[in-house]
Ligand binder design. Structure first.
Ligand code: OXD
Ligand code: MN
Length: 586
């Protein structure tokens, strides 16, 4: 549609101003309809931006290949532009707003010549929820428009929620020439605005996701008294029908999607795991003193490599239709493949760079951070509560990371403050989801280090303060699925078997599972952890996975200082005391 489909004067004015700056040939006002989707897909295919995949094998699925150097989030090009450096804090890149606006306005001037500017109205959250936010993304990428359709409630529904109001996130995305030196993912929390340039990678440009739902979201949450977190939300339903809602914060590419869609092993017949969300939770204390969560998204932007019928059968069903794949490999009959999809690779592929690929080469066929973008509704275990404006009451919060040593499979914090401490000292080996080294241990508090839109020390204060508004707070746990033995083998089988850990967590929240006190927290008692039906699993491996080596932990406690020293000026004293208590217990 080339005429405004809203009468909201603030929206119209902002679109006019942006068009005057970027000078697109055309302005297209998206309405989110099915007919619009069909014509945009047709155009994207005709322009070679998307390739239609084999409709018999993958109905409604499309393929996109990015430029070679635009394959992951660019943390070093991500900025929080607050009036003072202190507000952004030591973990964020910072520039004063005026300087960044000036820089980006110069870059974007005339930047859409010869292109179409798409106006994408969207909601983060179910219509009518007190937590839901309205966003508008102005983009010159048709790939972004089609992906935003999947990831958000996009279209007229957003204008309906906004009415004539002015409270909406202003997001501008200009692809420019895709030069990485001109790449900026700039956030202006005080203005509820985002400008993203020179990238077309989901995490940098689907502005509702990391930029609004997490960076601006966390800033708003601090101001308004709620939490915007990098967490999945799942419902564990017992055979008797009891529903327990759990969130889990793991860093990027550490298995949130797999855990959110977990398929319980046969021994847990009658248990159902349902997905409310796989990446982001917005949570607010309810009148009953419990913490309620919504998933602001409507799709999954997940890592393809490693996904298969064993690791995540529900994801495989989800991405069998209506999905946009990016940077995976292609078979000659236009099916998709990635490392780990099948044990044996097909005899011939086109790799993510567009080159012929045969097994045995040194380069992977799919990029390690290749992605699927799929509607949540395709998920066979989609939880209908995901549409409930009230959200779901959370009984447990799980923190976790990818650590080959030291960190046990599961333990429970003694209380909320201790839980905030274990979340704030969370660590993980870095993954391909962000550019830079892979496999280096870094402190990633609450999985939010790349996503906290303000000073991380203030963020910890906010977590601690929230406790006072929770008469019945979620219990807090820590997990590590990735511990290895001396031979480098994983000690715990993971994936569906994580149901055993989840069951203990669920039982703990209901006060019915045995636990032992250790220096780190509570761990499952000998009879509390159900290993029934596990073939080829030696109980001594569980003991190894749970082992607490005090020498290792003394070193670990020392390394907590790495981040704490950086944040010292704003670090809550509670966390310093918690560290002392931990050291005293070791
Ligand atoms: C993501 C990420 O894409 O965390 O969800 O990088
Ligand atoms: Mn994520």
């Amino acid at each position: 549609m080339t005429q405004p489909n809203t009468s909201n004067p603030a929206v119209i004015q902002w679109v006019e101003e942006t068009a005057a700056l970027c000078q697109p040939d055309k302005v297209f006002w998206c309405d989110g309809s099915e007919s619009e989707k069909a014509s945009l897909l047709e155009e994207a295919v005709a322009r070679g931006i998307l390739l239609r995949l084999n409709p018999k094998k993958l109905p409604g699925c499309y393929y996109h290949r990015s430029t070679m150097d635009d394959v992951a989030r660019s943390e070093d090009r991500t900025f929080i532009c607050t009036p003072t450096r202190e507000e952004a804090g030591p973990t964020n890149h910072w520039l004063p707003p005026a300087e960044m606006y000036q820089k980006l306005k110069t870059l974007c001037a005339g930047g859409m010549r010869g292109r179409t500017l798409y106006v994408v109205p969207y909601l983060m959250g179910p219509p009518g929820s007190p937590l839901t936010k309205v966003g508008l993304e102005l983009t010159d990428s048709i790939y972004v428009v089609l992906s935003m359709r999947i990831m958000t409630r996009m279209g007229q529904v957003a204008y309906e929620q906004l009415g004539l109001g002015t409270d909406f996130n202003r997001g501008l995305h200009c692809m420019l020439q895709m030069d990485p030196h001109q790449r900026h993912i700039a956030h202006f929390p005080q203005d509820n605005a985002i400008i993203s340039t020179s990238s077309n990678y989901g995490g940098n440009v689907l502005l509702g996701k990391k930029c609004l739902a997490l960076r601006i979201g966390s800033w708003l949450a601090n101001k308004e008294g709620w939490l915007a977190e990098h967490m999945l939300i799942l419902c564990a339903q017992s055979p008797s029908g009891e529903k327990t809602y759990v969130t889990a914060a793991f860093p990027s590419a550490c298995g949130k999607t797999n855990f959110a869609m977990l398929a319980p092993p046969p021994h847990f017949a009658g248990w159902k795991i349902r997905t409310v969300g796989d990446d982001i939770a917005w949570m607010k204390p309810g009148a009953d003193g419990r913490l309620y969560a919504i998933n602001p998204e409507t799709g999954y932007f997940g890592v393809a490599p490693g996904t298969n019928e064993r690791t995540n059968p529900n994801a495989m069903a989800t991405i069998a239709r209506d999905t946009i794949y990016t940077n995976v490999a292609l078979t000659p009959d236009l099916d998709v493949w990635w490392e780990g999809k099948t044990e044996e690779p097909p005899p011939e592929l086109t790799d993510w760079k567009g080159h012929r690929w045969v097994p045995g080469g040194r380069e992977p066929a799919a990029h390690p951070n290749s992605r699927f973008c799929a509607p949540a509704r395709n998920n066979p275990v989609f939880a209908p509560e995901a549409d409930d404006p009230k959200g779901v009451p959370i009984s447990a919060i799980i923190f976790g990371g990818r650590r080959a040593a030291t960190i046990p499979l599961v333990y429970q914090a003694f209380n909320w403050i201790h839980g905030v401490y274990i979340g704030s000292t969370m660590s993980s080996e870095t993954t391909a989801a962000a550019t830079g080294d892979v496999g280096k241990i870094r402190r990633d508090p609450m999985g939010m280090r790349p996503f906290c839109g303000y000073n991380m020390g203030h963020y910890f204060h906010h977590w601690l303060r929230l406790r006072k508004r929770l008469a019945n707070p979620p219990r807090i746990f820590y997990v590590n699925w990735f511990r290895r033995d001396a031979a480098g083998q994983f000690l715990w089988p993971g994936f569906g078997e994580n149901m055993r850990v989840l069951k203990w967590i669920v039982d703990r929240t209901h006060g019915r599972a045995d636990a032992w006190e250790t220096p780190l927290g509570w761990v499952p008692g000998p009879r509390a952890f159900d290993l029934g039906g596990m073939q080829d699993f030696d109980i001594t491996r569980l003991a190894k996975a749970q082992e607490i080596d005090l020498e290792d932990w003394r070193r670990e406690a020392l390394s907590h200082d790495e981040l704490f020293l950086k944040l010292y000026a704003d670090l809550p004293k509670e966390l310093i005391f918690q560290r002392e208590l931990l050291v005293a217990r070791l």
